[in-house]
Design a protein around this ligand. Structure first.
Ligand SMILES: Nc1ncnc2c1ncn2[C@@H]1O[C@H](COP(=O)(O)OP(=O)(O)OP(=O)(O)O)[C@@H](O)[C@H]1O
Length: 686
């Protein structure tokens, strides 16, 4: 045995001890769940829930390493001098409470990610472990104290980056890089905006940041929660397992459409209507239409009860409604302001009774507030409102829209969004649902989150950004995106304006440019599009080269060529996707299945496809894994080992920002990208 073998055996023994300790921690928790818990039913229920969650966190699936790193601190100079820590996904302690593994999010673990030869932070040696199926197979040391540092040359990092991708996204907790770590560990009160080229780890950083914040600010966030917003359902399926793998099961993950789901979405807007409905000026139109229903009191209000006749004149009433209008203008929700008017009026009546020697109770005031007299009067001066009805009225009544949009939208813009006639059962669009959410936000306060992470944020329209801002009035944001990948017509063209709509205008924009997904050959090919996209972003630099990773082939029949390519690709390890213009998805899917290849369509729910449509999912045991047929508009955020792109010119021609779409499509491959075309390639790519 070499000394390295001895060292490895020693580490393997530590792994065995740690696994046994984790099992013991689980047994202790299980015993607690079985024991009779004293206290009232509510506390018992809360305790039972906390224990169930704890049990879930203590699960050890045996295939993921319990620790992936080790820090040996130098003999002096830090609070941890002379100590050794194994760094892993969760704390594991022995029976005496001493740590066998420390959580990657604990303060002591920071050095694992941040220490360098230049600034060793007291670390003498940093060790990274290699694993295969939960078994420890190797380790790699950096003697930081002696100026030795692997950086991006780390063999284990390279293996992790190059590993064939199958199934959903995995965590990167073992190999987070220093620039990424600084973003992950930024404090809760700091909002971040990360402009990152494709594959630079924005999504990974966002999800690890969620896990970090939930660890470091557990108390605060257990009350307010964390929300992750992604571009579509396929993307959410793809990232769904990262946070649970990091022990965090309580993060809400939603698309923006799921977030604003007060009405079913059954229709699609024209591009022109979409542009107007997504514009921030629509907020002013809705606000104006709501206030247009307010009336200044012109008659006295008389309240009679058991012989007493109480009266307030129009000027006194006007004073109260004017005050409420001012508070509404300053941000008080419409419905709260309406309640306030009722209470102020009732209080004035109470004073009148008091002046006459009476002493009405609070219950009396409540009775006045709820009286028919009050409701009838309020309905006239401050009518009740409903968000769905409000938007239906604005879009369904050209005159009302013209009044509310006067000086805000041009007549042509109004024509684009107004319905030809009022609809009893409107067929709502996604943009309408956002308008309804805006209206609801005018009426009532929207419950907010302690932290919101928004991925692919460049595609948010100003109105969608406002929907997110409403959910984060006191919390912070992590905004992730890439202006060059912007494909939505009303999406952001620069970060400062989007951050203003998100109500976090002072947020600093941080770039990420080191690409981990694609080899340089693919990155450089895709980067040819950047000048034409004019997004003003820094191009990505890949951490590796892979000769042969890119081929661009002009063929007579790209579909036939794709079938042959896919047949060969599915025999290799790793996921395969065929990306095409949306309109050709069905035809290409048919061509693959007719040729006997197992294929799934990413644009259909899993049960309608022959296999699970989760991007990159491997097929049933023994069968060739299915290839995913991916319409170009669903490619965002996903990645596959091998990607075949069909007919770039058709992808570009399919939509106004088609070149941006092509940039997204060309940046999805981890190992190999094949571009097949019969038509000429877009000029920007040549
Ligand atoms: N530090 C890292 N170590 C290992 N792998 C990494 C690291 N950072 C990113 N990756 C990997 O690179 C790939 C791209 O990451 P991610 O999807 O987060 O990038 P992105 O910036 O969101 O890309 P896009 O803008 O194209 O959606 C993923 O497979 C991710 O696991």
């Amino acid at each position: 045995m070499t000394s390295l073998d001895v060292e490895l055996a020693h580490e393997a023994a530590h792994l065995t001890t740690s696994r046994a300790a984790l099992a013991a921690m689980r047994t202790r928790t299980e015993e607690l769940t079985r024991s009779d818990v004293a206290g009232d039913p509510f506390s018992a229920e809360m305790l039972a829930r906390a224990l169930a969650r704890r049990l879930e966190q203590l699960l050890d699936d045996g295939t993921t390493p319990l620790f992936f790193g080790r820090l040996d601190f130098a003999a002096a100079g830090t609070p941890y001098a002379g100590e050794t820590f194994h760094v892993g996904r969760r704390h594991v302690t022995d029976a005496a409470g001493d740590p066998l593994v420390v959580d990657w999010r604990a303060p002591v673990s920071t050095a694992f990610y941040q220490a360098s030869a230049l600034a060793p932070q007291g670390v003498r040696r940093r060790r990274r472990f290699g694993f295969a199926g939960g078994r420890l197979t190797s380790f790699e040391d950096e003697h930081l104290g002696s100026g030795e540092e692997a950086g991006l040359g780390s063999r284990l990092l390279t293996e992790e980056i190059e590993r064939p991708r199958v199934g959903p996204m995995r965590d990167i907790v073992a190999t987070i890089q220093p620039d990424q770590d600084a973003l992950v560990r930024a404090d809760l009160d700091t909002s971040l905006c990360i402009q990152g080229a494709p594959g630079t780890g924005k999504t990974a950083v966002g999800l690890h940041r969620a896990a970090y914040l939930l660890y470091a600010y557990r108390e605060r966030l257990s009350r307010t929660g964390v929300l992750v917003v992604g571009p579509n359902v396929a993307f959410l399926r793809y990232i769904a397992e990262v946070l649970p793998a990091l022990g965090e099961v309580d993060v809400l993950q939603r698309t923006i459409t799921q977030l604003v789901d007060r009405v079913p979405v059954r229709a699609v807007d024209t591009p022109q209507a979409l542009a107007v409905k997504g514009d921030a000026r629509m907020a002013a139109v809705l606000a104006a239409s709501l206030t247009s229903a307010l009336r200044a009191p012109s008659e006295p209000l008389v309240y009679t009860e058991t012989g007493a006749r109480l009266r307030l004149g129009p000027s006194e009433l006007g004073e109260i409604t004017a005050e409420a209008r001012a508070s509404y203008a300053a941000g008080t929700p419409y419905s709260t302001a309406r309640d306030r008017v009722a209470h102020r009026v009732a209080e004035r009546f109470r004073r009148q009774v008091e002046r006459r020697g009476g002493s009405p109770s609070d219950a009396w005031v409540t009775r006045v507030v709820r009286s028919r007299t009050m409701r009838t009067w309020l309905d006239a001066v401050w009518p009740p409102a409903d968000p769905v009805a409000l938007v239906a009225r604005v879009l369904g009544d050209a005159d009302l829209l013209a009044r509310a949009a006067d000086g805000i939208l041009t007549p042509a813009e109004q024509d684009v969004i107004v319905w030809p006639e009022p609809r009893r059962r409107p067929r709502w669009t996604e943009a309408d649902a956002v308008l309804i959410d805006e209206a609801a936000g005018l009426l009532e306060r929207t419950p907010g989150f302690g932290h919101v992470i928004v991925d692919e944020a460049q595609d948010l329209s100003p109105m969608q950004a406002r929907a997110i801002a409403r959910r984060s009035p006191y919390g912070s944001l992590t905004v992730l995106g890439d202006l060059a990948q912007g494909t939505a017509a009303s999406g952001a063209r620069d970060w400062p304006s989007l951050l203003t709509h998100l109500d976090k205008p002072a947020t600093v924009v941080t770039p990420l440019t080191t690409g981990y997904r694609m080899p340089a050959e693919i990155v450089e090919f895709a980067n040819r599009l950047l000048p034409a996209l004019a997004a003003g972003v820094a191009p990505a630099r890949s951490v590796r080269r892979a000769p042969g990773a890119l081929s661009v082939e002009q063929v007579r029949n790209p579909v036939t060529a794709a079938v042959a390519l896919v047949r060969a690709a599915v025999a290799e390890p790793g996921s395969v996707a065929l990306i095409c213009a949306d309109a050709t998805t069905a035809r290409i899917f048919r061509a693959l299945t007719t040729a006997g290849l197992a294929a799934v369509r990413a644009d259909q729910p899993p049960e309608e496809s022959p296999a699970d449509a989760t991007p990159g999912t491997a097929g049933s045991v023994g069968a060739a894994p299915p290839v995913t047929v991916l319409p170009a508009t669903l490619a965002k955020g996903l990645e596959f080992d091998t990607v075949v792109v069909l007919e770039p010119a058709a992808i570009v021609a399919a939509e106004p920002r088609g070149l941006n779409r092509l940039y997204v499509v060309l940046t999805r491959a981890v190992s190999r990208l094949v571009v097949l075309h019969a038509q000429s390639l877009p000029a920007a790519l040549c």
